[in-house]
Design a protein around this ligand. Structure first.
Ligand code: ADP
Ligand code: ASP
Ligand code: MG
Length: 412
């Protein structure tokens, strides 16, 4: 008998009918003899609706209260799913994050899980019940409700699987696995049978929202067998694996990720003296603004240009800070651009292949797409381009790295 943690995302529980379908599916697993812990998200659109409500009161709602509110979305679905299971004769019980003590730090809206007290869940499992746990939420040491950041139910699922030493964590969603790139953008994207944790981590952190980054981190750290599957279609899904050798047929590039959430800032004509980068980025990080890519140009006339990217939500505050710095340093001007996107190619196969980046640049050049910034690591190359070319760029790279599926395919 296996212990399986199953997480169902927002679309999979998006209506009463779907919740009934999910209950049917869980019943089948139970009838097969497995112990099941289920984690559910809020019904699709619900978290956004709640955030919009808060924004009608204040542009920047108090984070503690925002968490009290957005956590209610998941509370509705756990109860509905437990009811649907009980109606089918499957003993079930629902719990909020607080009730099973998913202990987090106090960083409201982006809390990290510190510890899970699995005893309560173990007792319920022993008593023969399916345990339904609210995703995305926890409680801090002082009893405040916290949430884990958008997409956080994935992390709840993986963390529970780690705490319970489950045999597998299954992430059920509206696509039948992890693809070479978002199948909603590239019709020729291919489902991967396997992907390494390292690659999945890069894909997630570079914009593929199929799994939350922290869920992948957790799964890697605690060696949780993790699989992404379609909620309502049969299929093997995608296994996230520790073993590089095991991963696929070792293509150079496993996937292409992209991100439209960044903005670019440039301070021009700053004096080229030691400490410039610190003078510019010190105040930015002091304001809690995270910087992603950074480029400093080669100086001429003893001045240089300095460019970096931040999350689009932080663009206005970063721009203001930069204006002040520019005045203090006697820089020539500050310019900003929000119409940018980042495209990244990811693959452990890059380690053993030279010329991957130039192949990427060649493919973009052929489409006349200008590269504004570049950054590389051992297993990825990222470029910043004009946002309007994003889809063209992703498709061109998908073809250039021979990732296209033989026949056109659509998701769902
Ligand atoms: P859920 O509500 O189930 O958590 P999400 O919307 O968070 O679902 O994640 C699933 C979505 O992730 C898919 O519908 C797909 O559009 C998107 N996605 C982005 N990149 C990929 C990828 N490489 N493979 C599969 N899906 C991806
Ligand atoms: N409901 C939360 C969100 O929309 C958490 C999740 O779905 O994973 O971000
Ligand atoms: Mg999600």
């Amino acid at each position: 008998m296996a212990l399986i943690v199953q997480k169902f995302g927002g679309t999979s529980v998006g209506s009463v009918e779907r919740i009934e379908q999910v209950a049917e599916k869980i019943k089948k697993f139970r009838d097969g003899g497995d112990d099941i812990v289920v984690v559910v998200s809020a019904m699709s659109g619900e978290t956004n609706r709640l955030i919009d409500l808060a924004k009608q009161i204040s542009d920047q709602p108090v984070a503690r209260e925002l968490d009290v509110m957005v956590s209610t979305g998941e509370q509705v679905t756990i109860a509905l799913l437990a009811m649907a299971l009980i109606k089918r004769g499957v003993p079930a019980v629902s719990f909020t994050g607080n009730q099973v003590r998913i202990l987090t730090d106090s960083a409201h809206t982006k809390a990290r899980i510190l510890q899970i007290d699995s005893q309560r869940i173990q007792r319920e499992l022993k008593a023969g019940r399916v345990v339904v746990v609210a995703g995305f939420q926890g409680v801090d040491g002082k009893g405040n409700i916290t949430t884990l950041g958008r997409g956080g139910s994935d992390t709840t699922g993986v963390a529970l699987a780690a705490a319970l030493k489950a045999d597998e964590c299954q992430i059920y969603t509206d696509v039948d696995g992890v693809y070479t790139t978002d199948p909603r953008v590239v019709a020729k994207a291919r489902r991967l049978d396997k992907i390494t944790f390292e690659e999945m981590l890069e894909m997630a952190s570079l914009g593929s929202k199929v799994l939350q980054i922290r869920a992948v981190e957790f799964a890697g750290k605690y060696s949780v067998p993790l699989r992404v599957l379609h909620s309502f279609q049969e299929g093997p899904g995608t296994l996230i694996t520790l073993d590089e050798e095991e991963s696929m047929e070792q293509p150079i590039i496993s996937g292409i990720a992209f991100n439209r959430d960044e903005a670019k800032l440039t301070i021009r004509g700053v004096p080229d003296t030691p400490g410039v980068a610190f003078k510019i980025l010190g105040p930015i990080s002091a304001a809690n603004v995270e910087v992603d890519m950074i480029v400093q140009n080669v100086a001429h006339d003893n001045t240089t240009d300095f460019t970096f990217t931040v999350h689009r939500n932080d663009y206005n505050s970063a721009l203001q800070i930069l204006q002040t710095i520019a005045n203090e340093m006697g820089a020539r001007e500050v310019i900003g651009d929000t119409d940018i996107a980042k495209v990244s190619i990811v693959g452990v196969g890059m380690r053993s292949h030279a010329g991957v980046a130039s192949r990427m640049f060649e493919a973009l050049a052929k489409e006349n797409i200008n590269i504004q910034m570049i950054s590389t690591s051992e297993i990825k190359v990222s470029v910043v381009i004009e946002e309007k070319y994003l889809e063209l760029a992703v498709r061109a790279l998908h073809t250039a790295f021979e990732l296209d599926a033989p026949a056109a395919k659509t998701a769902e």
